[in-house]
Design a protein around this ligand. Structure first.
Ligand code: A3P
Length: 301
């Protein structure tokens, strides 16, 4: 079955997840061609959960030995999406993929649901960092993003319609809650391989979260390296990244038909912006679904 997605395209249900045709191609190609290595690191997210931010954080942590001087850091000259590509996008271009694959410690991001990842990811033990974000903020972020990208000659797309679709599970790589619960369960089964973090925790306790992330990635900070933790947090902060010229300009070509300007990945970068867009009833309904779908798994959001 297909349903109209938030852009002009249809979303197709593939093994219970809703994917655009481009995403479906990317998932299938990833399943066929991606052979995970134990040193690979995958950042997995539902769209609009903070992928851009965590791409920057993971890149900065993984390369922290190489760049003492933050003023010449590579994230200042190429944005997070150029430094850490989406697996399902880059794998569709053999040359770019092979070039990237030969780099020392490949970092990839993905929106692919856990159950649709290639078996090599699960069997070769590459590491996965999953980022959860409050679905109320994900919905609002997604709606703003799609509204910006929507062609001006199309009728407007009220947030109420986005809300109804999201609650039904119809969103890119949705149902959102199934995406979360599969990674959550994987993190419980294999905590050395799957780290589950939240956008909200990273905002609230960046020191603790960056330290935990570094430890998981085998890049632990030693005593006396607290300044480095602070520098990474500052480098990757919303205000810093958003204001960099490289993130104000430039475009990401996720496929031959789908390009997005870097600046659209930076909007407010706050926790709780849903209050400015959703009614109390809408928020309650989303919280209720979250409780229903994730409550039994021990997940406490
Ligand atoms: P908002 O629309 O709520 O502002 P993704 O990267 O997964 O597409 O998610 C985009 C969301 O993350 C947007 O949320 C964006 O503003 C926010 N974001 C981008 N960079 C960030 C950063 N450095 N710190 C915090 N939030 C960030």
């Amino acid at each position: 079955p297909k349903e109209k997605g938030w852009r002009t395209e249809h979303l197709y249900q593939y093994k219970s997840f809703w994917l655009s045709l481009g995403a479906l191609k990317g998932v299938k190609r990833t399943q066929q061609c991606f052979k995970a290595q134990p040193t690979d690191i995958l950042l997995a997210t539902s769209p609009k959960s903070g992928t851009t931010w965590f791409k920057a954080l993971i890149y900065a942590i993984m390369n922290r030995d190489r760049f003492d001087d933050i003023s010449s850091h590579p994230l200042l000259t190429k944005g997070p999406h150029d430094r850490v590509p989406f697996l399902e996008a880059i794998i569709q271009n053999e040359v770019s993929y092979n070039d990237y694959r030969t780099s020392s410690s490949p970092l990839f991001a993905t929106h692919i649901p856990y159950s649709l990842l290639p078996t090599s990811v699960k069997s070769f033990g590459c590491k996965i960092v999953y980022v959860f974000r409050d679905p109320k903020d994900v919905l609002v972020s997604n709606w703003n993003f799609m509204t910006k990208l929507r062609s001006k000659d199309l009728p407007s797309f009220p947030i109420e319609d986005a809300f109804d679709l999201f609650c039904k599970g119809v969103s890119h790589y949705g149902p959102f809650w199934d995406h979360v619960s599969d990674y959550w369960k994987a993190s419980l089964e294999n905590p050395d391989r799957v780290l589950f973090l939240t956008y909200e925790d990273m905002k609230k306790n960046p020191n603790v979260c960056v330290t935990k992330l570094a430890k998981f990635l085998d890049k632990s900070f030693c005593d006396g390296e607290e300044d480095q933790v602070q520098e990474i947090i500052k480098l990757c902060s919303f205000d810093n990244l958003r204001n960099l010229e490289v993130n104000q300009t430039g475009v990401q070509h996720f496929s031959s038909q789908f390009a997005i300007e870097n600046r659209h990945f930076f909007r407010k970068g706050e926790v709780g912006d849903w209050r400015n867009h959703l009614t109390v009833e809408m928020a309650q309904q989303l919280d209720q679904i979250t409780k229903q779908k994730l409550g039994g798994t021990g997940f406490n959001c």
